[in-house]
Design a protein around this ligand. Structure first.
Ligand code: PRX
Length: 626
């Protein structure tokens, strides 16, 4: 093999579910449906499927049609009938370290049922949407599972988003109910989630009720008739710990999750009960070799797809013990995560390159202070991992014992698509090859495959069970965005190259999406926030390379007459974006510009701004307006 290669140890191979990667890949290549049917057979179905894959209306693929199932039943109820009943399902630690809470599968079931009964009592029925906007606390998991259990569609909005982003997601989903908490903690600071909800709800006529979980205990306004404290509801007779699971069609929606694309309006990615369940279960099991002794820690927030698939659903489907931490990596000290791995005996640790890069900067002494010998496997997701960070993670955290699973996937794919398993030789910075049953290609503008080691558009060739089914309320945009450029192939929006060993190397997004610390944001959303400021006539946002964040947001603003380009105004505009869209979207810099480079048809040429900002050649300027 070419380049720097890390071969798996005999121990990794011996413990792996998939000892012969090539053989399983070959069997999935020959019989895609057979491969997935066999995996699906490991889960519980009220009624089995008539057909594994229905591609008669592609690109609206359907999986396990005719089957009856509920993902929540597979996450919780099935384990109650086994020795797992008293096994820990969830260990949670608060940011300040003053409290930890643990839930066995038995008590998880009681919590989920209680929440489900409360949601039902609020008039929520099968197919209704429920927006969940909370910090990283156990109740967010209970709320998601409770919705799934009764057949409601959850729409989780990341707690780091603010008023405008939340408002748009609530009103687009036409949610009946909001589940939130009074506040959350971020590096010791209070984020007033309930107040953000109140502001967001000003023009959301569909919302009938708001359930508020008490987390921080600070004073919050409660609107009579609409807002209810969760603990008060729990005291009522309706809130008992038993609730029947709704029998769903495999293709019934499980959740929508808004993600950023090329326009200002976020896309509501829709996932279903059956296929999503089979996809997340199988990938987590094979890629992280999850077994009963594992304590699995995924540092993602439930507000992103990684949190949905691999903090909540995947690990529960495999019957693992989940570790969930409310806080971030370096508060109060840069050893917080390492201390938690030691204290709770975490065996599989899945995080993002941006966090690794940030923690690297504090030096090795912090992790070296801790016994990390419980770790067996590491994982990375969200953005390309630079080889330097990969090697540090491997050497300093994994002690050269733990392979790193660099998993490439998207909100849209629902599950890992390009990823190693523990028996695959690794190259730092590459997600290796597509998962079983998948084939990827690198194409040029015209749709021809490019030569090895050349950059092009990354596409996926085969359907997979956890694929999004559509964009909620916008099927045309689904076809247009993902299936139009190369008919019959799924357009990922990423550029990549493949090396001579067939390994894929992701380069980055080719559209107007920026990955800031692994968080997905759209340039258009940032521009929409800027334009609501009275001084802004026009603006453009771009992503530029950043040492820790991967990419950072830079904005160019053309001011309205009468406004002077001052430092203070620049700072005010940065704050403005943070207040409207969320602190994660705060621009690194806001610069003032007399004229934005545009095409003759009036489209902003972000590519030109990007090149200029980096001192690179500006490329073809023939379409630039005079
Ligand atoms: O550009 C790719 C990058 O994240 C994008 C998807 O973002 P999102 O939908 O928020 O999902 C993130 C978590 C699954 C992709 O189009 N990306 C994700 N994982 C990787 C990655 N880039 C390189 N390597 C990865 N492992």
């Amino acid at each position: 093999m070419e380049g720097e290669v890390y071969y798996p140890s005999q121990d990794s191979i011996a413990k792996s579910y998939v000892q012969d990667w090539e053989a399983l890949a070959e069997s999935a290549r020959k019989d895609l449906q057979g491969f997935w049917a066999e995996r699906a057979d490991e889960l519980f179905w009220f009624k089995k499927w008539d057909k594994v894959l229905d591609d008669s209306q592609k690109p609206f693929f359907k999986w396990f049609t005719g089957a009856k199932v509920n993902i929540a039943y597979n996450c919780v109820d099935v384990h109650l009938q086994t020795y797992r009943k008293n096994k820990l399902a969830l260990i949670w630690e608060s940011e300040d370290g003053k409290s930890d809470r643990t839930f066995s599968y038995y008590s998880l079931n009681r919590e989920v049922c209680r929440m489900a009964n409360i949601i039902k009592a609020m008039g929520v029925e099968k197919g209704d949407r429920v927006t969940i906007y909370m910090g990283r606390i156990p109740e967010i998991m209970f709320a998601m599972l409770a919705c799934a259990k009764i057949g409601a569609i959850h729409s989780v909005v990341f707690g780091g988003f603010s008023v405008d982003a939340l408002h748009e997601r609530i009103s687009d989903s036409e949610s009946k109910l909001i589940i939130t908490c009074d506040g959350s903690l971020q590096n010791g600071k209070l984020v007033e989630l309930k107040r953000i909800v109140d502001e967001s709800l000003r023009h959301c006529p569909t919302v009938e009720n708001v359930i508020v979980v008490k987390r921080t205990g600070h004073e919050v306004p409660m609107e009579a008739g609409r807002d209810h404290w969760f603990h008060d509801l729990c005291a009522l007779p309706i809130a008992n710990g038993k609730c029947t699971t709704e029998v769903m069609d495999a293709e019934d929606p499980l959740f929508i999750l808004y993600t950023s694309g090329s326009t200002g309006k976020p896309k509501a990615i829709l996932h279903t009960h059956g296929g999503y369940m089979v996809g997340t279960y199988t990938t987590l099991k094979y890629v992280f070799d999850i077994n009963d002794e594992d304590r699995f820690w995924c540092t993602a927030d439930p507000g992103w797809i990684t949190g949905h698939s691999y903090l909540v659903y995947g690990p529960l489907l495999t019957g693992a013990t989940i570790f969930m931490f409310e806080g971030g990596p370096a508060f109060p000290y840069p050893n917080r995560w390492w201390q938690l791995i030691e204290r709770f005996g975490v065996s599989v640790f899945y995080t993002a390159p941006t966090a690794i890069r940030a923690l690297m900067r504090f030096g090795e002494a912090w992790p070296n202070k801790h016994d990390l010998s419980s770790l067996r496997l590491l994982g990375s997701v969200g953005e390309p991992i630079n080889p330097e960070a990969w090697k540090w993670f491997h050497r300093v955290i994994g002690k050269e014992r733990c392979p790193i699973m660099d998993t490439w996937w998207q909100t849209e794919t629902g599950m890992f698509m390009i990823t190693p398993t523990p028996v695959v030789p690794l190259k730092p910075g590459s997600g290796t090859r597509p998962f079983f049953g998948q084939e990827a290609e690198i194409l040029d503008e015209q749709g021809n495959p490019v030569a090895d080691d050349h950059e092009g558009y990354l596409v996926l060739k085969n359907p997979w069970p956890a694929m999004m089914r559509t964009l909620y309320k916008d099927p045309d945009r689904y076809v247009e965005t993902y299936w139009k450029k190369y008919p019959g192939k799924y357009m990922t929006g990423d550029s990549a190259r493949r090396d001579k060993d067939g390994y894929f190397w992701i380069i980055g997004r080719v559209d107007d999406v920026i990955k800031v610390s692994g968080h997905r944001l759209g340039t258009a959303e940032i521009e929409s926030a800027l334009i609501t400021h009275p001084a802004v006539a026009e603006s453009a946002a771009i992503g530029l390379p950043h040492e820790v964040k991967g990419q950072a947001i830079y904005c160019f603003v053309h001011l309205k007459p009468g406004f002077a380009p001052t430092e203070d105004l620049s700072e005010e505009l940065r704050q403005h974006v943070a207040r409207h869209l969320g602190p994660i979207a705060r621009p690194e810099e806001v610069n003032f510009i007399d004229k934005l480079p545009k095409t003759r048809s009036g489209k902003i040429m972000r590519r030109v701004l990007k090149a200029r900002a980096q001192g690179l050649p500006e490329g073809d300027l023939s379409t630039l307006e005079e």
